[in-house]
Design a protein around this ligand. Structure first.
Ligand SMILES: [Zn+2]
Ligand SMILES: [Zn+2]
Length: 212
C-alpha cells in the first residue's frame, strides 16, 4: 500500500510528494525544494521514516517542480525519470529561474524516460502513467488504482486547471487530457495536485468551473 506525504516548497508554493510503502521504499515526485531548509525538511522526513528513495519522477519540468532534482538525485544516487517530451522544458528551467529571480542548479545527469503507458512499480505497488499534456507539452499524472489516488501535477487543481500560456501550453488539449484521463477515474479517487489542497475526481467533476 502506498501512502502519500506532501510538502509545500519554494515561493511558488509547489507541492512535492513522497509516496512510500510498508517496506520503507519510496518515490520522490517533483522535488520543488529550493531553500536549504526545505531540502532539510525533505531529508528529515525520509530519515525519520527510515525510507529508502528508489525513484525520482517529475510530472513535468517547469522550474517549480525541478528545483530539487539535482539535490535529490545526488543525495540518493538516482537518475531522473521524465517523459521525453519534457526534456526541452527541463533544459529551459534555469533560464526561467533567472527570469523569476530564482537561480538554481539544474539536474544534468542521465535521464531515464518514462513511457506513456508505463506501469511504475515499487515492490507490490503500482503507479500507472497517464499522459495528460496541455499545461506543458508532455505532462504526466501518476495513478495508484489500488489505493485510489492520482498525482496530477499541474493538469488539475481543486476548482481550477493548469495555466496554458507558457511555451508548449494548449488549452483545448489540457481540457481533453483532463476529461479523458482524469475524469474517467473513479469519483472517490483523491487528487494530489502540483499546487493547492487535495481534492477528488468526484468533487472536480461536480464543481470545477473549467470542466462544465
Ligand atoms: Zn507547471
Ligand atoms: Zn507548478
Amino acid at each position: 500500500m502506498l501512502q502519500v506525504k506532501s510538502f509545500e516548497f519554494s515561493p511558488i508554493q509547489e507541492n512535492t510528494y513522497i509516496v512510500y510503502n510498508e517496506f520503507n521504499n519510496c518515490i520522490i515526485i517533483d522535488p520543488g525544494c529550493y531553500f536549504d531548509e526545505e531540502k532539510e525538511t525533505l531529508v528529515n522526513f525520509i530519515d525519520k521514516m527510515k525510507l529508502v528513495p528508489k525513484m525520482l519522477l517529475n510530472t513535468h519540468c517547469h522550474l517549480d517542480h525541478v528545483f530539487g532534482n539535482k539535490f535529490v538525485a545526488e543525495k540518493y544516487g538516482l537518475h531522473l525519470r521524465i517523459h521525453k517530451g519534457e526534456q526541452k522544458v527541463l533544459e529551459f528551467a534555469p533560464a526561467s529561474g533567472l527570469m523569476y529571480n530564482m537561480p538554481f542548479d539544474n539536474y544534468t545527469g542521465e535521464i531515464d524516460f518514462i513511457e506513456e503507458d508505463e506501469i511504475i512499480k515499487l515492490d507490490e505497488d503500482e503507479l500507472k502513467v497517464l499522459f495528460t499534456p496541455g499545461h506543458s507539452p508532455a505532462s504526466l499524472s501518476f495513478y495508484d488504482e489500488k489505493d485510489g489516488f492520482v498525482i496530477s501535477g499541474d493538469a488539475l487543481f481543486r476548482q481550477s486547471i493548469g495555466r496554458t500560456d507558457l511555451p508548449g501550453g494548449d488549452y483545448e488539449l489540457l481540457i481533453a487530457s483532463i476529461k479523458a484521463q482524469l475524469l474517467s477515474l473513479p469519483p472517490a479517487t483523491k487528487v494530489y495536485s502540483g499546487h493547492g489542497p487535495v481534492t477528488s475526481i468526484g468533487e472536480e467533476k461536480r464543481s470545477n468551473p473549467f470542466l462544465n
